[in-house]
Ligand binder design. Structure first.
Ligand code: NAD
Ligand code: WQD
Length: 335
């Protein structure tokens, strides 16, 4: 597989994946409506790789545009990132989330079917496991009804793909990401949160940069060693690399549907993350403990051994590297 269509290719995980694909010598066609990304990411990718993807500014809700892209560029595989991803926003605008994330997926598989492009990698999330207490979580952990419309779109997205492969010759790899953080070591690409970040690491870096006054750690009375939540943080560069492995797997194996957890396979508490950020960057962070945030899972981390065994993929970058790269990225933002 040489020509890869990447939806949401200028977004956070998409841009890092485009870099890895280009560095592997692939031809990349990226489509993005810039709803949550910036056109400057394209030249940043070129700075890193010495070349850039073919870029189409457009919306995957536009099925005719998708047909034109498939017709003109003839992709052999698809990595589907384009979606809205803010859990809190999805509770305020559920229909907008269903429409973008589910209609977008349905359009894409519809056009992929028309053009007989059957290799499909889907960005799923650990959110499909819901509020579980069984960490480390393997792929066979029962899925739970989602607690947010965003989560529902991931759960239903997976269900649609699970159904599809029974009737059409698609090969689908569902990648369930845990908590992606950090930025490219060049600090040329990273996460661009619009407005007030709801995720931990952008909130930390913006607080350190003086954009936010104080980080509130949501709860320190959980039943965990230091009382704060535990998550499986994964460096976005490690995560991006897993997509190349997933495409290789699809190219070389006969299967319909596969699921992989993508995480480091170990948990870090929110307080550990804060302390690690302070230590590796030699920055004092203004933070306090506050109330629990509604809907937060107490602790969750992946059993990522299946990806190790089957995809020959494992994380290489430490929490320290995640915190260093996130800070380096924050410091150059706005330059
Ligand atoms: P992101 O918002 O940075 O990237 C998504 C990109 O898709 C953006 O550039 C946006 O402009 C684009 N996009 C959205 N709707 C579109 C549409 N209709 N047409 C064309 N482009 C569109 O998000 P991300 O963090 O890179 O996430 C990528 C994928 O991974 C999403 O599907 C997300 O749900 C999933 N995911 C993310 C996380 C996370 O914590 N970041 C965790 C698990 C799963
Ligand atoms: C991490 C921890 C917070 C902000 C979300 C989605 C999940 C997946 C990954 C897409 C929690 C704490 C946070 C702050 C804090 N995304 N926190 N103060 O909730 O684990 O996962 O992103 O699929 O589906 O739900 O990530 O970064 O929001 O929170 O104390 O200002 O940091 O309580 O324990 P979360 P997060």
């Amino acid at each position: 597989m040489n020509k890869i269509l990447v939806t949401g290719g200028l977004g956070y995980i998409g841009s890092h994946t485009v870099v890895e694909l280009l560095e592997q010598g692939k031809e990349v066609i990226a489509i993005d409506n810039l709803n949550n990304s910036d056109i400057r990411v394209l030249s940043r990718i070129e700075q890193i790789c010495g070349r850039k993807p073919i870029f189409i500014e457009g919306d995957i809700l536009d099925k005719d545009l998708l047909r034109k892209v498939f017709d003109e560029h003839k992709p052999e595989g698809i990595i589907h990132f384009a979606a809205y991803k803010a859990v809190g926003e999805s509770t305020e605008k559920p229909v907008m989330y269903y429409e973008n994330n589910l209609s977008g997926l349905i359009n894409l598989i519809g056009v992929a079917e028309e053009f007989e492009v059957y290799n499909f990698v889907f960005s799923s999330s650990c959110t499909v496991y819901g509020d579980t207490s069984n960490s480390p979580i393997g792929e066979d952990e029962p899925l739970q009804l989602a607690i947010s419309p965003y989560g529902t779109t991931k759960l239903l997205g997976e269900k649609i793909l699970q159904d599809l492969v029974n009737f059409k010759p698609f090969k689908v790899v569902n990648l369930r990401y845990f908590n992606p953080v950090g930025a490219h070591p060049s600090a040329l690409i990273g996460e661009l949160p619009l407005g007030v970040p709801s995720n931990l690491v952008p909130y930390i870096t913006q607080t350190a940069a003086g954009i936010r006054e104080q980080l509130v750690i949501f709860g320190n009375d959980y039943n965990t060693p230091d009382g704060t939540n535990i998550r499986d943080f994964i460096h976005v560069v490690d995560l991006a690399k897993a997509h190349i492995k997933a495409l290789d797997y699809a190219a070389n194996n006969d299967f319909k549907l596969e699921y992989f957890n993508l995480g480091a396979g170990k948990g870090h508490s929110v307080l550990e993350v804060v302390k690690c950020f302070e230590r590796v960057n030699d920055v004092k962070l203004n933070y306090r403990f506050g109330e629990r945030r509604a809907g937060d899972v107490v602790q969750i981390w992946a059993d990522a051994s299946k990806a190790d065994r089957v995809l020959d993929w494992r994380t290489e970058l430490s929490l320290e590297t995640m915190m260093e790269s996130a800070w380096k990225w924050q410091q150059q933002l706005g330059d």
